[in-house]
Write a protein that binds this ligand. Structure first.
Ligand code: NAD
Length: 499
């Protein structure tokens, strides 16, 4: 792939697509009040492809006022569930209809293979919105079983104004996980995409308006975390923050809430998920899952299986098989439909990943595969699939989230040791175990401290299954009917009866 070919493919992909670069506030695209913009750089070539409105506190304040006005007016919040269902259903269809455009925007913006954007990100975002559209006229409130002198209704009400702050690794899908249930329950939503990946969120706002979602109900404020993100987190008019991102920033949102209006906070944060391979399992299937579990989406996956815990009797054989799978996963131009591994989101993240590989080697890990930058001649940001062996669980590469294609291999002797190493982490997002023993499967699944545990598979999910973390991987759950809970408050209405 030459520089010219790659640059050409980016220009071709964007031909005919109007990139939305302004904030979407109160039903229209507007520049930031300051007039400031930031560069949207494609990691495929390192070129700037758009200048995006850099929203700050004044823009966020404007959006909050619009969101509040819409909420109070009831144009969405008091519409019947059936009406909200229709509009959200239309939005899901529009996402599908514009799937190719959204997939191209996603790939150019953050570097994931177009194959994955087409097959995974965009269809799952549409499915998520459709799921909450369908769900909302099928959930019932409750009557409390008090004594018969009263009727006590236990009802769920929308919170009001929800700030959704999302990361760059699955930009549209993470937005859909928040926007779907928050809108379905009647809230007004202000979406703050990551500064690395604002393009699909900005287009989503327009599609939502086309679907009939009223002005002020879904707004998008692009901008930096410390400015736009912090302004949402501290705004007294925001009732809830639904956040997906790093644990470090998740903690900041707890502080913002405490120092402002005690807004509700739901956090989906980082992970360092253990992928346990016992001696008694299908090693070939495990090796494929181990490799894809860390190299999919360039390793930029919150639940990536970044710690391989393998029984010492099968370690050499497993690593040999992982190496064979990994050798078939070469970084390439994300716009090529055959590419299975794309570009790292930006230069800072590239340096961070390479820095961790060096730190691992310095701490005594052995580099088995990869370890270097790739395709530097394109101007883009690519890293080879990397496998480290002889890692100890106290090394930085085992404790800290790298968020790149770097597998850290740790060996164990028995199940107790494997579970102890797996749980020895501040994170608890996901875990997996490969075993043919049903007893081991059940015992380990219960003892592993993680929000999701996979047995004999990895990274499987469904919109009907809750997703989220234990420990410092966060709290609150995305996906499933349970996600509706965090966007609503319970109210007890006590009606005393005359006998
Ligand atoms: P990040 O925490 O740096 O940023 C996430 C969002 O927070 C962005 O919109 C960013 O602009 C904003 N932000 C950054 N600094 C801020 C500040 N000081 N105040 C307010 N807002 C701020 O995370 P990222 O680098 O975009 O994404 C990677 C992280 O996301 C990883 O830790 C990954 O594990 C996590 N993640 C978690 C899940 C999950 O479901 N648990 C899913 C995807 C990603």
């Amino acid at each position: 792939m030459t520089t010219a070919e790659t640059a050409h493919s980016v220009r071709d992909a964007l031909a005919g697509i109007e990139i939305r670069s302004q904030a979407f506030i109160d039903g229209e695209y507007v520049p930031a009040l300051s007039g400031e913009t930031f560069d949207c750089v494609t990691p495929i070539t390192g070129e700037t492809i758009a200048r995006i409105a850099a929203c700050g506190p004044a823009d966020v304040d404007r959006a909050v006022r619009g969101a509040r006005a819409a909420f109070e007016a009831g144009s969405w919040s008091r519409r019947s569930p059936k009406e909200r269902k229709r509009a959200l259903g239309r939005l899901a269809s529009l996402i599908e209809e514009h799937g190719e455009e959204l997939a191209l925007l996603e790939t150019v913006d953050m570097g994931k293979p177009i194959r994955d954007a087409r097959r995974v990100d965009i269809p799952l975002a549409a499915e998520c919105i459709a799921y909450y559209a369908e769900a909302i006229d099928k959930v019932y409130d409750e009557l409390a079983p008090t004594d018969p002198s009263a009727v006590v209704m236990v009802v769920r009400e929308p919170l009001g104004v929800v700030g959704a702050v999302v990361p760059w690794n699955f930009p549209l899908l993470m937005a859909a996980w928040k926007v779907g249930p928050a809108l379905a329950t009647g809230n007004s939503v202000i979406l703050k995409p990551a500064e690395q990946s604002p393009l699909t969120a900005l287009r989503l706002a327009e599609l939502a308006a086309e679907a009939g979602i009223p002005a002020g109900v879904l707004q998008v404020v692009p901008g930096f975390g410390e400015t736009a993100g912090q302004a949402l987190g501290r705004h007294p008019g925001v009732d809830m923050i639904a956040f997906t991102g790093s644990t470090e920033v998740g903690k900041l949102f707890l502080r913002y809430a405490g120092e402002s209006n005690m807004k509700r906070v739901a956090l989906e944060c980082g992970g360092k998920s253990p992928h346990i391979v016992t001696a008694d399992c299908d090693l070939e299937a495990a090796a494929t899952a181990v490799a894809w579990g860390i190299f999919y989406n360039q390793g930029e996956v919150c639940n990536a299986g970044s710690r391989l815990l393998v029984h010492r009797s099968v370690k050499e054989e497993l690593l040999e098989r992982v190496r064979k799978v990994a050798e078939g996963i070469r970084p390439g131009n994300p716009l090529d439909p055959k590419t299975r591994m794309g570009a790292i989101v930006d230069e800072a993240q590239l340096e961070r990943v390479l820095g961790y590989i060096e730190a691992g080697k310095e701490e005594g890990a052995e580099l088995l595969l990869g370890g270097s930058r790739a395709l530097e001649e394109t101007g883009g940001f690519y890293v080879e699939p990397t496998v480290l062996d002889r890692v100890r669980n106290d090394m930085r590469v085992a404790r800290e989230e790298i968020f790149g294609p770097v597998l850290a291999t740790i060996e164990f002797g028995d199940l107790d040791e494997a579970v102890a190493i797996a749980n020895d982490s501040v994170y608890g997002l996901a875990a997996a175990i490969w075993t043919n023993d049903v007893n081991v499967a059940h015992v380990a699944a219960r003892r592993l401290r993680a929000g999701v545990v996979w047995v004999n598979t990895f990274d499987r999910g469904d919109i009907s299954a809750p997703f989220g973390g234990f420990k410092q991987s966060g709290f609150g759950r995305d996906k499933s009917i349970h996600a509706l809970e965090k966007f609503t408050d319970l109210k007890s209405i006590w009606i005393q009866l005359r006998q």
